[in-house]
Write a new protein. Sequence first.
Length: 302
Amino acid sequence: MPDLDLTGEHVLVTGGAGFIGRSVVAGLAAAGAKVSIVDLLPSTASGGESIVGDLCDPAVRDAAVTPDLTGIVHLAAFTSVLGSLRDPAAVHRVNVEATAGLLELARLRGVPRFVLASTNAVTGDVGDTPIHEELPIRPLTPYGATKAAGEMLLSGYAGGYGMTTCALRLTNVYGPGMAHKDSLIPRLMRAVRDDGVIQVYGTGEQRRDLVHVSDVVAGLMVAWRSAHVGPLIIGTGRSVSVLDIIDAVAKATGTPIRTEHVPAKPGEMPAVVVRTDRAAALGYSPAMSLEDGLVTVWDEFR
Ligand SMILES: NC(=O)c1ccc[n+]([C@@H]2O[C@H](COP(=O)([O-])OP(=O)(O)OC[C@H]3O[C@@H](n4cnc5c(N)ncnc54)[C@H](O)[C@@H]3O)[C@@H](O)[C@H]2O)c1
């Protein structure tokens, strides 16, 4: 972000070839940081070092966490909620064991900052109650549980070793670079492009907070500048129903969307309504409207 000068910083972005990772890498580099990447997939970003490998492999972590790093942004993860219900052991290996291994190397090698991409799903189902950072943690899926476990590890390393560890609890992120994903927005974009039918789980009245990836990068910068320790919710603070999202995509693409209602999936939260006051107090202010943000996604699909 323009007002944050990261000249002299060397940041490792795990998952830097992924959807959010690509924007984070670009944002950090634009702020002057040297950025290295580790991912299962090769990265197209130019600049710092790029390691292709599995973070479950200790040798890959060993190569990635160099002592000259000033921070790690840990985005690499098993990200599928439904997939985590099918294979909870796999999600544990990636989201907990690899995270613990990275944190420990950071401690041993004197890397002072560690930012984890977490989720509001750590809070579980609180109905329409707005989610904030002080609510108890009660995840409903293995995915949510592993992110909660990651947050607890970060807390222990902040308390025990004085590391600046922060968990960004992201709402539903959308934006350019998500064509490989299977979440609602890319499914809608594909339905429009291919003249397909979109499956709506349950009534479609469930509410979601959609945050544009550019605002996630802004949230990361706010956390970095303030050296925030602990969880920080990054969303828009405005939730819309799935049916409203379908309407918004139809407007952004200029195409009506055909829908088919199917039974709701287990573990799906009926509402995600968040409060972003803690991030706002640190200077976070999401700037992208849903209408403008959807156009940035459609540009890649059309
Ligand atoms: N997209 C969202 O709406 C959202 C919401 C909340 C939290 N998050 C979190 O944000 C982070 C990034 O998500 P994303 O949407 O960009 O997902 P993504 O799948 O596009 O990116 C994840 C990247 O991590 C890499 N990766 C996965 N396992 C790895 C491993 N074992 N070793 C090395 N690399 C590995 C993948 O190759 C991929 O490039 C994840 O931690 C996710 O849980 C995302």
